[in-house]
Design a binder for this molecule. Structure first.
Ligand SMILES: [Zn+2]
Length: 432
């Protein structure tokens, strides 16, 4: 495992040489083997040989999710179909799913980056890892599974759902780390409360949470409620699945495994590349993917990059924690709003549980935002006066932070739907 660890501390100049060579190879391969890229590069008047340095990548066109859909299912394959050993797909909210393919080498690299993710969080072969992501077409389950096995951990393939059984396994098997969505873990915390299980009495020490945006406040909530270390793990199936980047013990951004996935930040409106520290849309280019390499894939996730050396000593670039996606942006009465902003406000207030939903409606051309939020059981049993005070406090803080007068509806514990996978926080009834 030492050889893998070293990759996170590589000299940046050496890394950039490797990146440039791999990028050139990838561009040449897609241009020669994928008709979509041949056409797209030709239309933009660029050739793989135009790439003389890493910055030249900005001359190449973007790839969008729609391009994957248009080429459903195997139109973007860059290798012979017989070399594909795994096919995953992400569920499309409308129409066909987005299909991704892997060769044997792709799967090895995926396991490697996931293994580095878990190592970064402090796991070793002595750990018992429970995978609470869904197994199946979704990349979460199998991705985390093979990464943990590669590290030599004992893997418990629990899959999503079945909260009570998950808790039983954590306790009985002496599970030391879980991988799941943050919203599912919040649900586990709540179930544990009901069953009288204190996480501090179990061996659980680490949680690797991803597959949906979550805030720093949510991390603090999870850590203070359970005593575990909550790690952020980022990924998307189009690029590989979980383990494209992960945070280290410093929790000050996520190190991108940039020897395989080359990141850029762009202005989502103009497409221009932004500088270090500037916020924008995260874009990835595959450097080593064989089956389905993507060039400048637009993730819709909002982040920024910093190349300053991390206190942990790793040299890999860090991306800021993704707590919002440009797809999730709501425009309410002309004001831009992300669900993560509401989450930050809510979790900074005591008496509020981390379960909320935003409902947007339109009456007579006027947008209305209702924030439904659960109160804690303690608060719920308190006097009506306190509930009213809490409602006013939330209303004031939301107004201060976001600039919108929202209707705050406090609901009893358990009233908002729970999720064993990705959560659904927004109900936008204007689109009907
Ligand atoms: Zn670090």
């Amino acid at each position: 495992m030492v050889d893998l660890l070293l990759k996170d501390y590589v000299d940046r100049r050496a890394l950039e040489r490797i990146q440039l060579e791999r990028l050139r190879n990838t561009l040449e391969r897609v241009y020669a083997n994928v008709p979509f890229y041949k056409k797209s590069f030709d239309e933009h008047g660029v050739k793989p040989s135009d790439l003389k340095c890493l910055a030249d990548l900005s001359k190449f066109p973007f790839t969008m999710k729609q391009d994957l859909r248009d080429n459903y299912p195997f139109g973007l394959l860059a290798c012979p179909k017989k070399d594909v050993v795994r096919i995953h797909a992400s569920s499309g909210t409308t129409g066909k799913p987005t299909v991704v393919c892997y060769t044997r080498t792709d799967l090895e690299i995926w396991s490697e980056t996931l293994c580095r993710t878990l190592q970064m969080g402090g796991l070793t072969e002595n750990d018992i890892v429970q995978v609470g992501y869904g197994y199946g077409l979704f990349t979460g389950g199998l991705g985390a599974h093979y990464g943990a096995e590669r590290l030599g951990c004992s893997v418990v393939p629990a899959g999503g759902g079945n909260t009570e059984k998950q808790l039983m396994l954590i306790r009985d098997f002496g599970v030391t780390a879980v991988c799941c969505t943050p919203s599912f873990f919040i649900h586990m915390i709540e179930e544990a409360d009901k069953l009288g299980i204190d996480f501090r009495d179990t061996k659980l020490r680490h949680g690797f949470f991803g597959a949906e945006p979550w805030t720093v406040q949510m991390r603090e909530y999870i850590e203070s409620r359970t005593g575990i270390q909550a790690h952020d793990i980022f990924g998307l199936s189009e690029i590989m699945g979980p383990g494209v980047s992960a945070d280290c013990e410093c929790h000050c951004g996520l190190h991108v495994f940039e020897d395989h996935y080359y990141p850029e930040i762009i202005d989502p409106e103009t497409g221009e590349v932004k500088g270090p520290g500037e916020e924008g849309e995260l874009v990835f280019t595959h450097l080593t993917k064989e089956a389905l390499p993507l060039i400048r894939y637009r993730t819709r996730d909002i982040s920024s990059l910093t190349y300053e050396k991390c206190a942990c000593g790793r040299t890999l670039v860090r991306m800021s924690k993704v707590s919002r996606r440009s797809d999730d942006m709501l425009i309410i009465r002309g004001v831009n709003l992300f669900p993560g902003q509401v989450e930050s406000v809510l979790l900074s207030i005591s008496g509020v549980a981390p379960h909320y939903q935003l409902v947007v409606t339109r009456t007579k051309a006027m947008d209305e935002l209702e924030i439904k939020v659960e109160v804690t059981p303690d608060m719920f049993s308190d006097a009506v006066g306190q509930i009213e005070q809490l409602r006013n406090l939330i209303s004031t803080k939301v107004k201060q932070m976001i600039g919108i007068n929202a209707k705050i509806t406090l609901v009893e514990p358990g009233a908002i739907e729970r999720f064993d996978g990705k959560s659904k926080r927004v109900i936008d009834l204007r689109k009907k």
